[in-house]
Design a protein around this ligand. Structure first.
Ligand code: F6R
Length: 598
């Protein structure tokens, strides 16, 4: 989704802003812009397309100055055009604003307050900056005009605002609600960013902003205010991320790097969560889950698919009935809850708006919850009763890979700890990390299959039973989202009840087979597709392999862990298909990394 970066300090701002925008590229966007003002001259540059397109224009200009704001926009209100790109300015040219989020009542506000003002874009953001301009003309100070504008937004609106008054260009005004925004502090100046990774080269010391907070950021000082305008102080925190973790290094795309990192991430999780061979989870979390009569796992997309795998772990190891729900549905179509429900939110970003909406409702109902997320200090981790880290390191590629596997590992550790701790789990996970590397190292075979059978495929299928059926949905999502091949994940036995009519000559069908009791049945279902012209492939564990199988992966002692290996070939197939088709693997069309709108 959209990204924000701003700087005021003693250094030249433009390199910091452009570097920040590049770091935010992974979030997905379709236009970018920057506003700089050195006290004498000002520049507003906006471009449709990539950050490098903006850079090409900016490079030709001699933009100087030690303060500025910049933005990448993922279109929600109005097409990706220069006029709709941020920063937006007030008609008198005094105020410049960038915004992440959605102003739900922007049309009403435009009609009520701005009917005499000419608008230059289709965006909700322009309404906000025009309102500030109007209130300032009526005599309000910039700070009060901003607060007055905020008071007009309806409660469903989400915003991270970064505002500059061109009369005091060294000063940035910041406001946040339901959309991530942080202030970074450094000796040489202060930064504002929607994502810490954008400014890790400047600082690792941050001030967290909570919903309703307003801040005035100057080069040597930051002043915080609550929503009533009352000043307060908050301790900064140090973010312990090595900036090089977010670099691509020699990899052509982040996605391949992140697939490769899955073994090491699993090892990091073992190191973090085990002491003397036993899984460690804080007792209040264990107690809260043990007290529950039903678990509700709530998540979106790939995280939802990790939840499908978690269900089995909580039911088999802990014995608590567990439901898994898509967050965008759960918020507005909640099932009848049990008497003592407990909610588990899974999220890479910790900012997914659909999941946040559910958590808000859960909090209002007074129920306890746990967020398992990769980005700690994110909204979902802050607003849940408890949180646990995924420790996957920055996941930059839009398509989630290592966050998926780390979610499954943490679910397993959690379920095992609640069940009293399985002494063998640490060894099983350590062996699995080694086996992950084995599967990853066998990339070439997957590239070969992708190049030969998927580059020109119109559609493709993954089939499986049980945990493998749940995994097919993730496998298909990965293929769809980055290679644009229409793909479906299916319970193998269900195919013949209708969908098999889509099989044509050469349609690739991949069967995932990791379970002994259903291996024969899945093979039969695969043969049924082959008999109708499909090009059939098997992804099978070595203990169940037969001659002629295509992708043989190491056998996994604990069946609950088998998705951790079986998913890797499917990630690589998606990666090589996208690569072979010449797509920008890390930035698939229409998608954003962190989906902060509902
Ligand atoms: C797919 C993908 C998305 C996310 C989904 C939820 O590769 O990344 O489906 O899984 O948008 O995002 P998080 O996990 O950040 O809540």
């Amino acid at each position: 989704m959209c990204g924000i970066v701003g700087y005021t300090g003693i250094n030249q701002a433009l390199p910091i802003l452009m570097d920040g925008l590049e770091k935010l590229e992974y979030r997905g966007y379709d236009s970018a812009g920057v506003y700089m003002n050195d006290g004498v001259e000002e520049d507003l540059v906006r471009e449709v397309g990539r950050v490098k397109d903006l850079e090409a224009v900016v490079d030709k200009m001699e933009i100087k100055g030690t303060a500025g704001i910049a933005h990448t926009r993922w279109a929600t209100h109005g097409k990706p055009t220069v006029n709709n790109a941020h920063p937006h300015k007030s008609n008198d040219g005094r105020y410049y604003l960038v915004h992440n989020g959605v102003i739900e009542n922007f049309k009403e506000l435009r009609e009520e307050y701005l009917s005499d003002i000419e608008m230059h874009s289709d965006t909700d953001t322009e309404v906000a900056v025009q309102l500030i301009g109007k209130f300032a003309q009526e005599g309000f100070s910039t700070f009060d005009a901003l607060r007055l504008m905020l008071s007009k937004l309806d409660e469903n609106s989400a915003y991270g605002f970064l505002l500059v008054d061109s009369k005091e260009p060294d000063m940035m005004y910041v406001a946040k609600s339901k959309s991530p925004l942080l202030i970074g502090l450094s000796e040489d100046g202060n930064v504002v960013a929607s994502d810490a990774t954008a400014v890790l080269n400047v600082t690792n010391t941050f001030l967290e902003l909570h919903d309703g907070d307003i801040a005035v950021v100057e080069k040597d000082k930051v002043t915080l205010f609550d929503k009533d305008g009352k000043q307060f102080e908050r301790e900064p925190f140090i973010l312990d991320i090595d900036p090089s973790q977010a670099e691509k290094g020699t990899y052509p795309f982040y996605m391949l790097k992140e697939i490769d990192e899955q073994a090491i991430v699993t090892r990091n999780l073992i190191e973090h969560y085990f002491i003397d061979g036993m899984p460690q989870i804080d007792q209040p979390i264990v107690d809260a889950i043990k007290y529950a009569d039903r678990l509700y796992i709530v998540a979106a997309g790939t995280s939802y698919h990790a939840g499908l795998q978690g269900r089995r772990m909580f039911e088999e190891l802990v014995g608590i009935p567990t439901e898994v729900h898509i967050s965008s549905e759960f918020a507005y179509d909640m099932p009848l809850l049990s008497k003592k429900p407990f909610f588990i939110f899974l999220s890479q970003s910790g900012e997914t708006a659909d999941s946040r909406e559910v958590l808000e409702r859960v909090n209002k109902l007074g129920y306890k919850s746990l967020t398992i997320a990769n980005v700690m200090n994110s909204t979902l981790t802050r607003e849940a009763t408890f949180s646990l880290p995924l420790l996957a390191g920055p996941e930059v590629s839009v398509a989630s890979t290592k966050a998926f596997t780390s979610q499954i590992v943490v679910e397993m550790i959690l379920a095992s700890a609640i069940a009293g701790g399985q002494t063998e789990l640490q060894d099983q996970l350590s062996k699995l990390a080694v086996d992950m590397q084995v599967v990853i190292d066998a990339k070439d075979k997957l590239k070969e299959i992708a190049d030969k059978y998927l580059l020109n495929a119109k559609n493709a299928f993954y089939i499986g039973r049980g945990a493998d059926a749940d995994l097919t949905v993730e496998a298909a999502l990965k293929l769809k989202e980055i290679s644009y091949v229409q793909a479906e994940g299916f319970a193998a036995g269900e195919l013949k009840h209708g969908t098999i009519s889509l099989i044509e000559d050469g349609t690739p069908v991949f069967a995932i087979i990791t379970n002994k009791s259903t291996a024969g049945l899945t093979r039969s279902n695969l043969m049924e597709t082959e008999a109708r012209g499909a090009k059939a492939f098997t992804i099978v564990t070595s203990d169940l392999a037969k001659s002629g199988d295509d992708i043989v992966i190491p056998a996994v002692e604990n069946p609950l862990l088998s998705p951790l290996l079986a998913v890797i070939p499917t990630q690589l197939l998606a990666y090589y298909t996208s690569l072979g088709k010449g797509f920008d693997v890390d930035h698939p069309r229409n998608l954003a990394k962190s989906v902060t709108v509902q």
